[in-house]
Design a protein around this ligand. Sequence first.
Ligand SMILES: NC(=O)c1ccc[n+]([C@@H]2O[C@H](COP(=O)([O-])OP(=O)(O)OC[C@H]3O[C@@H](n4cnc5c(N)ncnc54)[C@H](O)[C@@H]3O)[C@@H](O)[C@H]2O)c1
Length: 311
Amino acid sequence: MEKIAIIGAGLIGCAWATVFARAGYPVALYDLDAKALENAPGQIDATLKPLLAVGLISEDPAVILKRVSFVSDLAQALQGAVLVQENVRETVDAKKEIFARLDALAPKDAILASSTSGIPASSFTESLAGRARCLVGHPINPPSLVPLVELIPAPWTDSAVMERARAIYAGAGQVPIMVKREIQGFIVNRLQGALLAEAFRLVEDGYVDSIDCDKAIKDGLGLRWAFMGPFETIDLNAPGGIRDYCQRYGPLYLDIAKQAQPRAWETPLLDQLERERLQALGGTDRPARQRWRDGRLMQLVAHKRQQESGG
Ligand SMILES: NC(=O)c1ccc[n+]([C@@H]2O[C@H](COP(=O)([O-])OP(=O)(O)OC[C@H]3O[C@@H](n4cnc5c(N)ncnc54)[C@H](O)[C@@H]3O)[C@@H](O)[C@H]2O)c1
């Protein structure tokens, strides 16, 4: 299989290395910080072992880890790569600097993808000779568990590059979605932002507290959302399908949308939310709850995988 170069061996870089190595790709992982490179094998190993325990991988983690080389020389990392996945600091200057080097050093037909959470590719690739091969490949943390990756072109990204990128991510077991043109926040953060904005308004205006609001998702809407999106949900929620649903409930949602004014998220609402969160944690510390979350997520992903393979 063809080589993947991962640039930056932090949280996301190590997770991408895990994704491609477990799919069988040879991976070169590069970082300018020697300490980050030193810690990376342990980080990848710690991700792989629980995946093996829940059946999300079947190979020995040591075999998978052997596919990753930890490289302190950028040119060496890029040599022969078909996809370069960048994961350095989230600033425009850092992205500009690393993309100029990637464009100069990577094989001419290699795809250059950034994991950026919110910086459009047009703001750091415009002046590059190879700008047509640059895009954003935005993962959801951690990509080793959450398969979605949003692919966002700059205005000058070649559509054949987008298609090749889609095929590589899908071949590695991820679920790419194609964003047709740049937009702030891409798709996932815009959807999450719309829900959060309404949740903040409802709590601030005293209609519900944050604990019950969370239940509305985890014991209500969210149960379906693990296996279908909002359009399929409404298509199945009216006898005549999506048009029928929109005719019945569209006016209600239009009224609600008209009431929604943008608001900043600040004190005193934040005091209330913090109080309610501390109470909900009930003495458990946040890192312990984060480990609990990751375990539950892993079981859910394993369940979905089993259903999809007909098991
Ligand atoms: N953390 C998340 O939840 C998340 C989710 C999706 C996308 N992202 C995006 O992924 C990218 C990386 O985030 P992270 O959380 O892994 O950060 P991180 O701080 O954990 O890792 C960044 C790594 O990049 C290295 N680095 C910095 N400059 C470099 C350079 N010029 N060359 C090589 N290595 C360099 C650092 O030494 C560090 O190891 C960011 O753009 C971030 O927005 C993060």
